[in-house]
Design a protein around this ligand. Structure first.
Ligand code: 4IP
Length: 121
């Protein structure tokens, strides 16, 4: 069991484009993303902002490459019954790093939930 000292500590950060969710206009927006120790992916208008525009708790999400598009370097976060998020990085290295980091975070959050449930039951 590893205690988590600071749940807000950044694991990884950087600019990624995110596809808008509007039903009539799906537009790519570049946002500053921070994956934190709480296994939640926060996004900000830029790296100067303190208040996130949104946050995606990764528990239950599957992260994978998204190839069904004309764009390169896309990936998605899917969860049954929830919105699918689409992302786009600038290059292949970033794509590999983000998919890896988010996949690990989703797995960690699942483990954390399971250990919490086994302690509390
Ligand atoms: C917006 O499009 C942005 O893409 C928003 O992203 C997105 O919110 C909106 O989806 C979408 O309508 P316009 O700026 O062209 O209006 P961001 O918050 O990064 O600016 P999400 O939910 O993706 O944060 P809705 O469905 O939330 O309105």
């Amino acid at each position: 069991f590893q205690p988590v000292r600071d749940l807000q500590a950044p694991v990884m950060s950087g600019y990624i484009s995110k596809l808008g969710n509007s039903s009539f206009m799906k537009i790519w927006k570049k946002r500053y993303f921070i994956l934190r120790q709480d296994n939640c992916l926060y996004y900000y208008k830029n790296d100067q902002e303190n208040d996130p525009l949104g946050a995606l708790p990764l528990c239950g999400y599957t992260i994978s490459r998204h190839t069904d598009t004309s764009k390169d370097f896309c990936f998605k976060a899917e969860k049954y019954g929830a919105r699918t998020y689409y992302f786009m990085t600038d290059n292949r290295d970033q794509l590999t790093e983000w998919v890896g980091a988010l996949t690990e975070a989703a797995a960690r959050s699942k483990k954390r939930k399971e250990s919490f449930l086994s302690v509390s039951s």
